[in-house]
Design a binder for this molecule. Structure first.
Ligand SMILES: [Zn+2]
Length: 61
């Protein structure tokens, strides 16, 4: 399964996910601690373009 890193926009296999954060009830996954840090500092900037949207996990793919 692949997930989308909301900070850098990259698609990453779950096996290489380096960090994850919970925000507004969703789990977000990151390719690196750097991306996770950016998200933690300003989550609204990264979640804003998917209002009410699905989490970064694309289930069923
Ligand atoms: Zn990233």
């Amino acid at each position: 399964m692949e997930v989308t890193d909301p900070v850098c926009g990259g698609r990453i296999p779950l096996e290489i996910v380096r960090a994850h954060e919970e925000f507004a009830g969703w789990s977000y996954f990151f390719c690196s601690a750097e991306c996770a840090k950016c998200f933690r500092e300003n989550p609204d900037a990264y979640v804003g373009d998917r209002p009410g949207g699905p989490p970064s996990v694309d289930a069923g793919r």
